[in-house]
Design a protein around this ligand. Sequence first.
Ligand code: HEM
Ligand code: HEM
Length: 172
Amino acid sequence: MNKENEQKSVEGFSLTAKLFHWGFILIFSYGILKQIDNINQLEDLALLKFEIIFALLFILFLIIRFIYMKRTQKSSLPPDTTKFQKAAAKLVHYGMYVTMISIALSGLVIGFLYWLGLKSGLLIETIIFWHESSVSIVYWLIGLHLLGAVYHWIKNDGVWESMVPILNRNRE
Ligand code: HEM
Ligand code: HEM
């Protein structure tokens, strides 16, 4: 096998890894769609409880996914990828995990403070700022991640195919 072929024989992620990746996107989209527009909505105790349970499950899912990915999977970046590019991909991947957890954690703190009766004031406003900033940062990181994925699709090096089931290219 010549060097070029070797580089292109990239193994895909396991089915479980793909289910984690795409399943998580569904859960995250649901979280964004049902987002709270106004803190007064938390007056509804059922909604407050639901938000808290959702945020806890969201964190649990992220932790299980992270452990599974770390223990069993490897990035599909070809071996000749530059150190800079490897570091950039890692930074964006870890960044997404950290910011996602930050969204849910700040949400939990909001819920806790609200439940304690702290419904307005500097403290809760600061936590809401933390919550909303985390959301903005994750949008930027997802944007960078998508750009990276499209770059690999154009480069046709197998990284796209290792995770994405559609628009697969023929690498002959
Ligand atoms: C349509 C949109 C998306 C495409 C095409 C896509 C594509 C990919 C590809 C090709 C990889 C493999 C990269 C490698 O081998 O190093 C990957 C990994 C990854 N993706 Fe995505 N992705 C998308 C959306 C997302 C979103 C929305 C998130 C976060 C919410 C995300 C989080 C991750 C993470 C954290 C990894 C690293 C592996 C892991 O730990 O799970 N992706 N993605
Ligand atoms: C993983 C779980 C969560 C996700 C994905 C999420 C998502 C979001 C999003 C996208 C926004 C809008 C941000 C913006 O407009 O910039 C938001 C705002 C907010 N969220 Fe969450 N959230 C989560 C958990 C929680 C929890 C547990 C609580 C409280 C019980 C909470 C309370 C709020 C509040 C009070 C706002 C601000 C509303 C306002 O602008 O006054 N969130 N959330």
